[in-house]
Design a binder for this molecule. Sequence first.
Ligand SMILES: NC(=O)c1ccc[n+]([C@@H]2O[C@H](COP(=O)([O-])OP(=O)(O)OC[C@H]3O[C@@H](n4cnc5c(N)ncnc54)[C@H](O)[C@@H]3O)[C@@H](O)[C@H]2O)c1
Length: 291
Amino acid sequence: MRDFKGKAAFITGGASGIGLGLARAFAEAGMKIALADIEGSALTGAVASLKASGTEAIGIECDVADPASYRRAADRALSAFGKVHLLCNNAGVARTGNIWEIAESDWEWTVGVNLLGMIHGLQIFVPHMKAHGEPSHIVSTSSMAGMRPSIAGGPYTATKYAMVGLSEVLANELAGSNIGVSVFCPNNIRSNMPNNGRNRPVRFGGPIDPAKDPHAAAHIATMSERNRGGMDPLEAGQRVKRGIENDRLFIFSHADERGIIADRFNRILSAFDDVTAFAPATTPRRSATAG
Ligand SMILES: NC(=O)c1ccc[n+]([C@@H]2O[C@H](COP(=O)([O-])OP(=O)(O)OC[C@H]3O[C@@H](n4cnc5c(N)ncnc54)[C@H](O)[C@@H]3O)[C@@H](O)[C@H]2O)c1
């Protein structure tokens, strides 16, 4: 997809951080924008800021982990804009802690938002894009945590790896069509991610109060410090836009982890050397006369 002008984007988690950066980058390119987000107050401000710069924008309160809520949000965007050409599966959350200590409900929350949220989007918008037949694109915000283990924890890393795998399968399934597929793997982008527990729905345990959760408080302090030095989300959005124009499956924000990823792949490749080097011991044949 190279022509953005007059087309419509549906961006989950669009009220803040990277989602809003994507919205601003695509608004600059002349797109109409639907922001779908669970945080109503942030949505109001985000939509107002887009409209102030002359963009046709709507905000839709939605929980991407809930398929019925997602369906209603998609219907609203489609009744406002008629067609959607760009889907940004961007909403994401993390719960840190050791794998064996994280509550079942937090596993369900993270998998629900990061992975099922993406799947709900694909199940609605791929058939829609195929039906209208115009050049379209799907970009999903994974993370460097989709490329190597992350300090953001097991549920986050597992879902971000899954988003990469799902995007690679989707690219194969849509090969030869005019629907492009990208997976965005950013590193450190300024956002409200450190305090993402603010948006945990009641069915997964409700908003996380750092004053009552020392683990969450420590996580917010560490991640906020790191996040302050992050990339401007608008620049992240512009990098994604360029990746889509060049039909890139993988889009990165930073080059500084190239060596870490190369080391990981080299460790994987060396496991194949083990396969080649290993000669299984041949089981001695029992003699016919033995015993
Ligand atoms: N900021 C970074 O450094 C960084 C790095 C790698 C990946 N990411 C990924 O980028 C994406 C955006 O995160 P961000 O950093 O901009 O954080 P953010 O908290 O600023 O934005 C995330 C948005 O998702 C929304 N959201 C949360 N749960 C939702 C739900 N159930 N339904 C709909 N919306 C929901 C939030 O309200 C928020 O507006 C996430 O997928 C995150 O994992 C961020």
